[in-house]
Write a protein that binds this ligand. Structure first.
Ligand SMILES: [Zn+2]
Length: 446
């Protein structure tokens, strides 16, 4: 299908979206906000998330909308809620809208309102752990589908909505297990939307890749010696020389961000997380002994555009060279490539029809998008990208401070309601997409 036909097809979808979106009255809005607050109050924060009440709430909400519901469990007490709106052409690749049920903990005494009461202040800001990350999007998906159903829209493609546990602790028992299951394979997912992040300005943010985390431990050894003696190759001297080299690399990467030449997610981050050395005493350390061993740990984040071989070379030659009695260990916290050997990213330009549909749906609602970004941290989207399935991270929160994992996390009710409208347009455009031989030429290009 040529791009022109695609756009014409899309415009017809837009017109239908706009004409039927007079939005809802204020009583309906109040109901929508109060259900969001209810979902926020379920205790799904780590370290002891209780998923059951949230699960029952979502299932009952989904049934009231008329979605098929299914519960999967790959680890005890960790449910995956799968909701399905069957399209007219169920054999076509489906759309999956994912969010996670859990959240990080909160320190209530450091908040202006209780983080688990979802209190709405006079400005309409709803304070709660999970209000941005990411209970908002889970409920917005459902409200958007409800809107579309109410106006009589029927999708061509099947739309699935998943609520998964444990994203905040790595997602292995949640999205990780789900995506590698036969149940997931049977969904025949063609495109995924997952969480993004708030944007402090008027432009929404969208993420086409996550950085890949590595844990690096470097160890140095050397002859021990008296604290007073100057000599070469002590363990700590070797470690300090490495720290110097790493600091220089870190600064060079950070300078690119500070100069506006790269976004934070586009550079390699190397941050020290611990240093271990010295001979302890009950009150401190022995001060007149240079130790024979020293070690340091680093959190490294690689964008999928980085060459991991070059990073390994740098580590072995500059950061932990055997010539200075050093060894190292890299713990890769996820693959660099997808199952076909391609970098873990989803193309975010006009060559990807999913991108075109997504971008134009947002514009049709009056929304603006910032240049697509690589997320500095990781989300569940990486599991589906590993399978070669295109996925974008997107949470419709403009004009909102970035407060995920922070004190006083909040989302304004107006922004939340606007997000429902945006999702309705996106879901309608994605689920009515007619694929031709040329429009999605091959997954290889995505
Ligand atoms: Zn999240």
């Amino acid at each position: 299908m040529s791009k022109l036909i695609l756009i014409l097809l899309y415009i017809s979808v837009l017109l239908s979206t706009q004409s039927t979106f007079s939005w809802c009255n204020s009583a309906e809005e109040d109901g929508i906000i109060s259900e969001f607050q209810q979902y926020l109050r379920f205790p799904t924060a780590h370290p002891n998330p209780n998923y059951k009440p949230a699960q029952e709430f979502i299932v009952s909400k989904a049934k009231s909308i008329g979605l098929n519901t299914q519960l999967l469990e790959f680890a005890k007490g960790k449910p995956i809620i799968l909701l399905t709106w069957t399209g007219k052409n169920p054999s076509w690749p489906s759309i999956l809208l994912n969010s996670h049920l859990d959240s990080v903990p909160a320190e209530p005494e450091k908040w202006v309102h209780d983080p688990f009461q979802a209190i709405k202040d006079i400005k309409g800001n709803i304070y709660a752990r999970g209000s941005q990350d990411d209970k908002c999007i889970g409920m917005q998906y459902l409200e958007a589908i409800n809107r579309l159903k109410t106006k009589g829209y029927q999708p061509l493609r099947t739309v699935h909505v998943s609520f998964v546990p444990d994203e905040e602790i790595g997602g292995r028992d949640g999205a990780g297990a789900f995506v590698s299951s036969k149940e997931f394979k049977n969904l025949h997912v063609g495109f995924v939307l997952d969480e993004g992040q708030a944007s402090p300005d008027e432009n929404y943010r969208v993420f086409y890749a996550d950085r890949i985390p590595w844990n690096l431990i470097i160890r140095a050894t050397g002859a021990p010696g008296h604290g007073s003696k100057l000599y070469d190759n002590s363990a700590l001297e070797n470690l300090m020389r490495s720290m110097d080299a790493i600091t220089r690399f870190r600064s060079a990467q950070f300078d690119l961000v500070k100069a506006g030449l790269a976004e934070p997610g586009e550079v390699i981050a190397v941050n020290p997380v611990y240093v271990k050395a010295g001979t302890p005493t009950p009150t401190g350390f022995i001060m007149n002994l240079q130790p024979s061993e020293a070690a340091a740990g680093f959190d490294i984040r690689l964008p999928p555009t980085a060459d991991p071989q070059l990073v390994r070379k740098r580590i072995s030659e500059e950061w932990a060279p055997a010539a200075r009695n050093m060894t190292y260990q890299i713990l890769e916290k996820g693959p660099i490539w997808d199952t076909q050997g391609r970098p873990l990213l989803t193309v975010a330009n006009d060559s990807n029809p999913w991108w075109l549909l997504f971008e134009q749906a947002i514009m049709a609602t009056g929304g603006k998008l910032r240049k697509p970004e690589i997320l500095a941290s990781t989300t569940d989207a990486r599991f589906v990208r590993e399978q070669g399935i295109p996925a974008f991270g997107f949470s419709p929160m403009a004009n909102t401070p970035i407060l995920l994992h922070d004190h006083n996390e909040f989302l304004n009710e107006g922004e939340y309601l606007k997000g429902i409208k945006v999702y309705a347009a996106i879901i309608e455009s994605l689920s009515s997409f007619i694929e031709s031989d040329h429009s999605i030429a091959s997954k290889d290009e995505l």
